[in-house]
Ligand binder design. Structure first.
Ligand SMILES: NC(=O)c1ccc[n+]([C@@H]2O[C@H](COP(=O)([O-])OP(=O)(O)OC[C@H]3O[C@@H](n4cnc5c(N)ncnc54)[C@H](O)[C@@H]3O)[C@@H](O)[C@H]2O)c1
Length: 446
């Protein structure tokens, strides 16, 4: 097994299907290649913008991208982000002003999830090429607005589902495409968020449905997108359960945030942000403007999302999935299994745990054939964020790198189908009934 090697370009391209110009659907890929230094802007300049869509672009893609504007509702944070990214472009608190004055051609949307759709629609109506972080939207009304804006402008956005580009997830896709286990009949999928990462969502705007649509949307959009892509199918109907059992009002005490908290010593979720210089600069130093505490208390009474969730999803190909997401686990990772007509593929991914897992064992994939033998599938681990997905995704977008057809950039349909699964799950919990995806939005032209 090869581990901790960055997957080479050749390995990325190999696999089923012929190589295609992967970024062609974006409308920015080929143009980036042909027209050096496309005018690039970002809206929402927090951690993700600065670390994924800012600094690395200056370091690695400065020949094709020119930063012309950074916008954030907190101008102070936009300015700190600008310094961290290392560019000299202007910063804006008003998105309209940025579009008017900076005249970007390409926009990256990395705001709080609830505001993605507003900026995507505005940018499409102004003729920009748009990329957005997941989740594309937090409700069906926002989803419809984006689909309609694309249709009237004859443009397609890209939803940057980096998980697809982690070599381990690509390996699963290619195993399923090989037909080795035949038609997939059902999927068992459990995602484990640990008491660090899982708790972190309850510190911030993600704790509110109005911010991130609940973890069934904010987080599970990654997982639902992987399943849609792995199965090459769309969700049809969702039934779900969810509850809040650990965070929010379940806590024995509470405060506004960790730094001034009188319960530091007794709180198992105490987070000392003062030890993180980047966060102190990007968040603590700017919180006087908007009151955004990056180390907010996980026990605040206003938490209105779930920390314990499960869903049953039925797909267009007849497969079903039983899914669970828990945000208070002692370890981080996932387990997924595909039950096929001819066998079963099982994956156990170890991301972080209080015992040692050798790098070579971090992702275990087994194929067991019915009436046959079990074999272990070797997987190359990717270097960089999100299992190597972040770096490969950037290369695909900004270098117009070649990739097999199944690795092409995800579009609004993928963004919609994955968000709608979570939106339907949330609605199912609220209304205690099965929700059909087709009842949520109308895809133009369908
Ligand atoms: N693909 C991934 O793996 C991944 C990882 C992390 C975050 N994300 C996504 O990236 C986005 C940003 O996440 P983050 O962790 O950097 O969050 P963050 O809270 O650190 O940053 C969000 C920024 O948006 C700004 N903002 C809030 N409301 C705004 C508005 N109306 N207009 C303009 N700016 C506004 C905030 O001031 C903040 O600076 C989210 O959509 C998140 O889901 C994706």
């Amino acid at each position: 097994m090869t581990t901790n090697d960055q997957m080479t370009r050749r390995e990325f391209v190999k696999g089923a299907g012929s190589a295609v110009a992967a970024a062609s659907m974006l409308g920015v890929g080929p143009a980036v290649a042909q027209t050096p230094r496309r005018r690039y802007a970002i809206v929402g300049t927090g951690d993700r913008a600065t670390g994924m869509w800012g600094r690395p672009l200056v370091k690695e893609y400065a020949d094709v991208i020119e930063f012309v504007g950074l916008c954030d509702s907190n101008l102070k944070r936009a300015e700190v982000s600008r310094q961290m990214i290392g560019v000299s472009c202007p910063t804006f608190a008003s998105f309209d002003e940025m579009l008017d004055r900076a005249r970007p051609e390409l926009l990256m949307v990395t705001t709080v999830d609830a505001f993605h759709s507003e900026y995507i629609v505005k940018a499409l109506d102004r003729g920009l090429s748009v990329m957005t972080e997941k989740p594309m939207v937090i409700d069906e009304r926002q989803c419809q607005a984006i689909l309609d804006a694309e249709a009237r402008n004859n443009r397609t956005i890209v939803v940057t589902f980096n998980y697809r580009y982690a070599p381990k997830h690509q390996a699963v896709k290619e195993l399923l495409m090989s037909g080795e286990i035949g038609k997939v009949l059902s999927v068992d999928f459990s995602w484990y968020l640990d008491v660090d990462h899982g708790a972190d969502y309850f510190r911030r705007w993600h704790r509110l449905r109005s911010g991130g649509g609940s973890l069934l949307v904010h987080k599970a959009t990654h997982h639902f997108d992987l399943v849609n892509w792995w199965l090459d199918a769309d969700p049809v109907e969702v039934v779900a359960n969810g509850s809040l059992r650990v965070y929010g009002s379940n806590g024995p005490f509470r405060s506004s945030n960790c730094r001034p908290c009188p319960h530091k010593k007794e709180c198992r979720f105490y987070y000392d942000m003062t030890r993180n210089d980047t966060r102190m600069r990007l968040y603590a130093a700017c919180e006087d403007v908007d009151g955004y505490h990056r180390d907010g208390c996980v026990y605040r009474e206003d938490v209105d999302i779930f920390d314990t969730m499960s869903a049953m999803v039925r797909y267009t190909n007849g497969a079903t999935m039983s899914y669970s997401l828990n945000a208070h686990m002692p370890f981080e990772g996932f387990r997924v299994a595909f039950n096929g007509e001819l066998g079963r593929i099982e994956v156990r991914d170890h991301e972080r745990q209080p015992w040692s897992v050798p790098a070579a064992e971090a992702t275990e994939i087994y194929v067991t054939k019915s009436f046959g033998m079990r074999r272990r599938v070797e997987v190359t681990q990717g270097a960089g964020g999100h299992g190597g997905g972040d770096t490969r995704l950037r290369d695909l977008i900004f270098r117009n790198s070649e990739a097999p057809a199944h690795m092409r950039l995800p579009d609004s349909r993928a963004g919609a189908m994955s968000c709608l699964t979570g939106i339907a799950a949330r609605k199912s919990i609220d209304e205690r009934r099965a929700i059909r995806i087709a009842d949520l939005v109308k895809f133009p032209g369908v």
